[in-house]
Design a protein around this ligand. Structure first.
Ligand code: FES
Length: 129
């Protein structure tokens, strides 16, 4: 079972999920703050992540994912949409993009307010990639 390690300015999270699950399902399993405004229908780009290790083990990108990634900010060769990227057998390291983290906070205002009250939102450092 592959391990997925998520990194964001708010901290790290780890998930063990079966091969064939998406990075978004892995994020939901461990509470990693990956935004997903369209609910995983490949109709936005708020689940944009950077795959720093294990990129080649993920399922291929189709034309729809590539078209949606064109809508994202700061797209890089290691960019994927978490709702479309299916895990293979290898472990994967993922950095959550700034746009995805902001979308997650928009989708979870109670969590954002708690982080604001604690002085942890907005984050002081950018996404490490
Ligand atoms: Fe909208 Fe992935 S959640 S494209």
């Amino acid at each position: 079972m592959p391990k997925v390690h998520f990194t964001s300015p708010l901290g790290d999270a780890d998930a063990d999920v079966p091969a064939g699950k998406t990075l978004l399902e892995a994020a939901e399993a461990c509470g990693a703050p990956v935004g997903h405004s369209c609910g995983g229908a490949c109709a936005c780009s708020t689940c944009h992540v950077y795959v720093r290790r294990g990129l080649d083990s993920l399922g291929d990108q189709d034309d729809l994912e590539l078209d949606r990634l064109d809508m994202a900010f700061d797209v890089r060769p290691i960019s994927r949409l978490a709702c479309q990227a299916k895990l293979g057998a290898a472990d994967v390291d993922v950095a959550i993009s700034e746009e995805s983290l902001k979308a997650y906070m928009d989708e979870n205002p109670d969590q954002r307010r708690a982080l604001e009250a604690a002085g942890r939102w907005p984050p002081k450092r950018a996404v490490a990639t």
